[in-house]
Design a protein around this ligand. Structure first.
Ligand code: AQP
Length: 307
């Protein structure tokens, strides 16, 4: 059974991505699963090509350094030809109304004079990501459920109209995992593209920088709850009672985070210093994903009257 998840290279990987997603992918994922860097989705709003390339490479290294099976990791754009082809077939299966109803599109385009057309159509590309690989389960947060529903609707509609090409995927909402908040503004989640990085701990931050960021964390009730959650998530234990000992709590959190990230950071830096190895892993992952996609893509093209 194939499960598929992604991370968007819109910025550096942070502690929230690691504790909330990457660590679980490493612990629970199998070689069959697909964990990919969604660089095509990162282009749906204004982007810098050089930064996109370097963030994609960095995220690939972090995923592998996190212990996710290299066989299950790939970069979305390495399959751009296959995805582009299926995307067109699926756009011809989707209605404008369905795409325009997506809540994320409404939210992200709200109040903006101009948005990229791809912001409207990227849920169809997401459906192509899912269907091309024969995905059975897509673990998603509530905010992405509507997109998986669209993928299900398109798979069913295509199968009914032209013949069975796709497995209809299921969305699974994982048990509420760690939702890590910004250290300086705990009303917001920790975010790759936060305006200020003072409250965001990046996986590649040096240990002293991590300690400084944790020490500067706000001490509101939400701030303390967030630190306690981070501590519990890093140590896997119920945290001791730090009531009235805010400085001790911060020290414990800082050291737990540094310990948690140290091996990932070190392995990532080694991988980034070895471009040939990183390239080898990347191209093996792409070959594997492409191979798995080919017969499904061929069937979809043939059944819809192409090729
Ligand atoms: N703060 C968080 N706590 C726990 N999990 C988190 N994730 C993201 N932020 C937190 C999980 O990380 C995976 C990859 O995230 P994504 O690339 O899909 O982007 P996102 O959810 O939009 O995360 P960001 O970091 O906030 O990025 P931008 O700035 O691009 O919006 C997902 O499994 C996500 O749940």
């Amino acid at each position: 059974m194939i499960r598929l998840s992604a991370i968007t290279p819109s910025g550096q990987v942070h502690l929230g991505n690691y504790l909330g997603a990457l660590r679980t992918w490493a612990r629970e994922g199998t070689e069959e699963d697909v964990y990919f860097i969604s660089d095509l989705h990162a282009m749906t709003s204004s982007h810098n090509p050089q930064r996109l390339r370097s963030m994609t490479r960095e995220q690939l290294a972090v995923l592998i350094a996190s212990g996710i099976s290299p066989a299950s990791v790939c970069v979305q754009s390495d399959l751009i030809r296959e995805l582009g082809a299926l995307n067109w077939v699926l756009e011809c299966t989707c209605t404008y109304g369905e795409a325009a109803r997506m809540i994320q599109f409404k939210e992200k385009s709200l109040g903006r004079d101009s948005v990229r057309l791809s912001l409207l159509t990227y849920p169809v590309l997401m459906a192509a990501d899912i269907l091309l690989q024969g995905t059975a389960e897509v673990p998603v947060g509530e905010d992405q459920l509507q997109h998986v529903e669209l993928a299900r609707a398109l798979a069913r509609r295509f199968n009914n109209a032209y013949g069975e090409a796709f497995l209809v995927p299921n969305a699974v909402v994982p048990k509420v995992g760690a939702r890590i908040k910004d250290l300086s503004d705990p009303a917001r989640k920790m975010d790759k593209s936060a305006r200020s990085s003072t409250g965001v701990v990046f996986v590649l931050d040096e240990p002293d920088l991590v300690r400084r960021k944790v020490r500067r964390a706000v001490s509101s009730t939400e701030g303390i709850a967030n630190l306690t959650e981070i501590l519990a998530s890093c140590t896997g234990e119920e945290p001791e009672d730090f009531t009235g000992r805010f400085a001790d709590l911060k020290n414990a959190v800082a050291e737990a985070v540094v310990d948690q990230l140290r091996p990932v950071r070190e392995r990532t830096l080694e991988l980034l210093a070895d471009p040939a190895e990183l390239e080898r892993v990347r191209s093996a992952g792409a070959d594997r994903a492409r191979e798995r996609a080919q017969h499904r893509l061929n069937a979809a093209l043939r059944l819809s009257g192409l090729s």
